[in-house]
Design a protein. Structure first.
Ligand code: ZN
Length: 396
């Protein structure tokens, strides 16, 4: 199917800005973009959609979410707001463990309905692609159940979804070595065999996995052809970032406690540094040094870290705005962090950008200025969303 989109007052690719632009799309991919006046003759007969002199942005990419969960953590949220620490609540057996128990008890259908509704909210905020992690199952059976839910989300669409197997924490009452043995010799091979995830993530931190344990899990994942990424330097500094860079990981995520040495490792390896602003704020951790990392050459991405505990965030735009206000990125850089760099963090170099050969996933802004969604806080002025050149949220 071929189509032309005209009536674009302003478009960000995201690294370049075009005005009075047109897009040519064939079979869901961009085949041409440029000034409308320069549209090649060969495309002029294609069916044309006028976008009404509106701005266009690449579809946003949320490269770090824990979208599949049951129960809620409102009580914990209230306690933390009164000053109790996340770590103390976790060590007392609540926190993540509460979500694990609710998620284990929930059926696959229940988890699917819950996650699909959340994905819908992200879509209304311009997110056309996202990564979803397992990690609240904590057993072979329940981790596979979570990954099957993610597969259903992917099959149902409309968003593009990548699945990540997450080694989150050691379940309470289970021996560390036994759990690691199960994870590396049963779960990872089964996930690789069934294609239920393309990547593996380890939460390396105090109260979760050590760097040595992380290495063991990453190496098992690599042997089975899974890409690797990790939760790194969130609560404490562990050296996880340098491990992930050394192993050629896609991204090291969080980085609240990362040092300049870690930033240099990221810049040198090309591993994306993914920042999760709301988790830093709600857990009262240092806000990630987005500006300094960017200036050192780190490919900085920003994601919601959507989860019921540390980041109950349903808006990637808000995460980008926080990174501008508190992390020192320019608005244009934040857009790159939430599109192109985020796609790179998923190993998807044809997502998150509007260039020939990339997927035709884009956001039609409700107004002529394309950056307005990053300017209006708390309300996304979005008129429509397209995935593969087809409207998945109608243009108003
Ligand atoms: Zn996370």
């Amino acid at each position: 199917m071929n189509s032309i989109f005209t009536g674009i007052s302003e478009l960000y690719t995201p690294t370049e800005r075009l005005t009075q632009a047109a897009l040519a799309v064939s079979e869901g991919e961009i085949v041409w973009l440029g000034p409308e006046s320069a549209l090649p003759e060969s495309y002029r007969g294609w069916p044309t959609t006028g976008l009404g002199e509106r701005g266009v942005l690449p579809g946003l990419v949320d490269s770090h979410t824990h979208l599949v969960w049951a129960g809620d953590r409102l009580e914990e949220y209230l306690r933390r707001a009164r000053g109790e620490s996340y770590e103390a609540i976790l060590l007392a057996g609540s926190g993540i463990h509460q979500t694990v128990s609710a998620t284990q008890q929930a059926s696959e259908d229940e988890l699917y309905e819950l996650a699909q509704a959340r994905a819908r909210v992200l879509l209304q905020g311009g997110v056309t692609a996202l990564e979803v992690k397992s990690g609240y199952g904590l057993s072979l059976e329940h981790e596979l159940k979570m990954l099957r839910v993610i597969r259903r989300l992917r099959q149902a669409g409309p968003q593009r979804i990548t699945a990540t197997l997450l080694a989150h924490v050691i379940p309470s009452g289970v021996k560390r070595d036994g759990y690691l043995e199960m994870f590396t010799t049963e779960l990872i091979p089964e996930v690789a065999r069934t294609g239920l995830a393309e990547a593996l993530d380890v939460f390396i931190d105090e109260g979760a996995f050590s760097v040595a344990e992380g290495r063991r899990v990453f190496e098992a994942a690599r042997r089975h052809g899974l890409a690797i990424k990790g939760h790194a330097e969130q609560l404490t500094h562990t050296g996880a970032t340098r491990l992930i860079c050394e192993l050629g990981g896609l991204s090291a995520d969080h980085l609240e406690q990362a040092t300049e040495q870690d930033w240099r490792a990221l810049a040198g390896s090309g591993t994306v540094g993914t920042l999760l602003p709301l988790a830093a704020l709600l857990l009262r951790k240092p806000f990630p040094e987005a500006r300094a990392m960017w200036d050192l050459g780190v490919k900085v991405a920003v994601a919601t870290d959507h989860n019921p505990g540390s980041s109950p965030l349903f808006s990637l735009l808000l995460a980008l705005q926080l990174t501008v206000a508190l992390g020192g990125l320019s608005v244009e850089e934040a857009l790159v962090a939430g599109t192109r760099h985020a796609a790179d963090a998923l190993g998807q170099v044809c997502w998150g950008r509007l260039t020939p050969g990339a997927v035709a996933d884009f956001v039609v802004v409700d107004g002529p200025q394309a950056l307005t969604p990053l300017y209006h806080w708390g309300h996304a002025p979005i008129a429509g969303v397209y995935v593969a050149g087809r409207p998945v949220m109608a243009v108003r």
